[in-house]
Design a protein around this ligand. Structure first.
Ligand SMILES: Nc1nc2c(c(=O)[nH]1)N[C@H]1C(S)=C(S)[C@@H](COP(=O)(O)O)O[C@H]1N2
Ligand SMILES: [Mo]
Length: 313
């Protein structure tokens, strides 16, 4: 079990609101959330089933060892289930990921709603070992399975006016109890510029360690944008729209001074409440120096040529 102060790992407003409802000042919604947490915490995380998790390599391209399947599936951020790192694994086990559809539309010539099975059939699934760097200054190395978002976007033919891509998570407060908490503007929304979305590194992940994604990791399909802070990698996607104006993400809407649209990993730009110069690799004792663009600068720095990355954080 990993122990770190909750003030480090939780956005301040959530930390404060958790203290508030611990002090008995919870709203009805917060009470329902707390009750749901209480019920679910009775049952331990489901043991992995099926064949042993496999990855083709033991390290990433920098030589950093992969995090274990156990670490990746039990230390999560998925606020629709819980704001505790161990919460999503306990609470998401019954999450219904089939049938599942992803509606792709907006400024495209061929809008299409894809059934999950068709996405898996139509687009070859490949393994990608990526570092995931959370804005809270922890990180992991994860062997995803998935396909480049660019393949899906090409299939729907974006129009020339499309400048951004907007992603939306499922909205279903019955299944996603965190959505009963009125603090956040649900559903979770994220966005990318079209050129970022078309970059080959930008992955739609459908699995990890050779298995289908677990619900806590964003089943059945989530984004993995390895050079950006983890919150850009939106989970359990149901809608993808090509749009002409910059989408407002859930984090921009709730804390605009803390979370920008670009959110490129940058050791030289501190978060207002902590430094981003180093990170804690889950499962390790020491800290790693945080790398510009999370170590993917050679691939992606050119996307931002001429931009002030301190202003466009
Ligand atoms: N819908 C949704 N997507 C989300 C989040 C979330 O709370 N809800 N958390 C984000 C954050 S902050 C991180 S660090 C990553 C964590 O992914 P993991 O739990 O698979 O490691 O998911 C991102 N995607
Ligand atoms: Mo994160």
């Amino acid at each position: 079990m990993i122990k770190i102060p909750s003030s480090e790992i939780t956005p301040e407003h959530v930390y404060l609101s958790r203290r508030a409802f611990m002090a008995g000042a919870g709203t009805l919604a917060a009470g329902a959330l707390l009750a749901a947490c209480g019920v679910a915490s009775e049952s331990p995380a489901a043991p992995p089933s099926g064949p042993a998790p496999v990855a083709s390599k033991a390290t990433d391209e920098l030589g950093d060892p992969l995090n274990s399947y156990e670490q990746i599936t039990t230390y999560n951020n998925f606020y629709e289930f819980s704001t505790d790192k161990a919460g999503p694994a306990r609470m998401a086990s019954g999450f219904k990921t089939s049938p599942w559809e992803v509606a792709v539309g907006g400024l495209v010539n061929k809008p299409q709603t894809f059934a999950m099975e068709d996405l898996l059939k139509q687009f070859d699934q490949e393994e990608r070992i990526y570092r995931l760097r959370c804005v809270e200054a922890w990180s992991m190395v994860i062997p995803w399975r998935g396909f480049s978002l660019s393949k899906l976007l090409k299939a729907v033919e974006p129009k020339a006016e499309a400048k951004f891509v907007r992603f939306e998570t499922l909205y279903d407060p019955n299944q996603l109890p965190g959505q009963q908490d009125g603090y956040f503007p649900w559903p979770y929304v994220e966005g990318l510029r079209v050129d970022e979305a078309m970059h080959d590194l930008t992955l739609l992940a459908t699995g990890l360690y050779g298995r289908d994604l677990t619900p806590q990791n964003g089943a059945p399909i989530r984004l993995a944008v390895p050079w950006k802070y983890g919150f850009k990698s939106i989970k359990s996607i149901v809608k993808i729209d090509l749009v002409d104006t910059m989408p407002t993400s859930l984090w921009m809407a709730s804390s605009p001074g803390e979370y920008g649209f670009y959110a490129n990993v940058n050791p030289d730009v501190s978060h207002p409440r902590w430094s981003q110069s180093s990170e804690r690799r889950i499962g390790e004792l020491g800290r790693h120096k945080t790398l510009p663009f999370n170590g993917y600068a050679d691939e992606v720095a050119s996307l931002y040529a001429g931009m002030d990355l301190k202003l466009n954080f």
